[in-house]
Design a binder for this molecule. Structure first.
Ligand SMILES: [Zn+2]
Length: 308
């Protein structure tokens, strides 16, 4: 068994304006950091409409296509931009997550990391936002449930921002546990513990600004891991954002690269016990290029170790 790295050159074709934090160089740095690792490299397929329609209405797909510029950039909201290649990039990002679920559930690999962009966890049903166009992780969760027939899928989102999109897309899905930790207060402002999902299946874990690895580890050990154990998922999906790093310019948590390694190892350990090590991890945020590359590498090294 092994670990898959799923990506596609089209993900470099989503070009944001100069100075935008969610930029092509992010993926270049992540892929460079993975270059020497022992991974099964798979090309991300293009998500079809049927994949995207598991989470978004046709009107959302139509809106994004209609907004694509012929050249340059088109602005969807204060943070979210389109370039001519953005739809293809976003379809490869969603397609990678679906392909990763197929590879892991089909026994092709033990676990998988999707090195893709744009990220997905802020995209709601009909609202692209926060650099995100399609809900990549939620689409993968629904694919695992509806296509593969799983009964319980867990999503852990450790991006520093609240996964409001994943929460919206899985709000009424009793077969999906969503656990999301985030700095609070911080954009987008949601993610309070009182937000629990239609079936009480969502756990929001706020973390205080300037808190670090010790506070994170305590929160995961007391709140997150017991909840994961009790849910007993058949597959663990991870929204792997690395913007809680102390060097990240967009937030104020103070995790180190070794904190990401610890969290990755602990999540893999739980998955080993709960679901045969079946983990699909999808890149979300992370905006300091060096911190992103080092933390993503530590994360994937733990996936590789767990997948041996
Ligand atoms: Zn983020």
């Amino acid at each position: 068994m092994t670990t898959a790295l799923i990506t596609h050159a089209d993900c470099l074709g989503h070009v944001t304006p100069p100075g935008h934090p969610e930029r092509v160089a992010r993926l270049d740095h992540v892929l460079h950091a993975m270059a020497a690792l022992d991974l099964l490299r798979l090309a991300a397929p293009r998500a079809g409409d049927a994949d995207l329609l598991r989470c978004h209405p046709q009107a959302h797909l139509d809106r994004i296509r209609a907004a694509l510029p012929a050249g340059g950039a088109a602005q969807l909201d204060a943070d979210t931009w389109l370039s001519p290649g953005s739809e293809e990039a976003a379809r490869r990002a969603a397609g990678a997550a679906v392909r990763a679920v197929d590879a892991v559930l089909g026994g092709e690999v033990r676990n998988a990391f999707c090195a893709t962009r744009p990220p997905g966890h802020h995209a709601e049903q009909e609202t692209p936002m926060g650099f995100c166009l399609f809900g990549n992780v939620a689409i993968a969760a629904r694919h695992a449930l509806d296509h593969h027939g799983l009964e319980r899928v867990a999503v852990v989102d450790f991006d520093v921002h609240h996964g409001n999109g994943t929460q919206a897309l899985l709000w009424d899905e009793p077969r999906a546990l969503l656990v999301t930790s985030q700095q609070m207060p911080l954009w987008p402002g949601s993610g309070a513990p009182s937000e629990r999902g239609a079936h009480g299946q969502i756990l929001n874990v706020p973390l205080a600004p300037r808190s670090g690895g010790a506070e994170m580890r305590a929160a995961y050990e007391t709140l997150v891991f017991p909840r994961l154990d009790a849910f007993a998922p058949e597959l663990l999906l991870i929204s792997a954002g690395f913007d809680a790093h102390q060097d990240d310019p967009l937030a104020e948590l103070a995790w180190s690269t070794e904190d990401f390694r610890w969290l990755s190892r602990e999540l893999c350990r739980r998955a080993e016990t709960l679901c045969g090590g079946r983990v699909v991890s999808v890149l979300e945020g992370g905006y300091d290029l060096e911190a992103l590359a080092a933390s993503a590498r530590a994360h994937v090294e733990e996936l590789i170790e767990a997948g041996k």
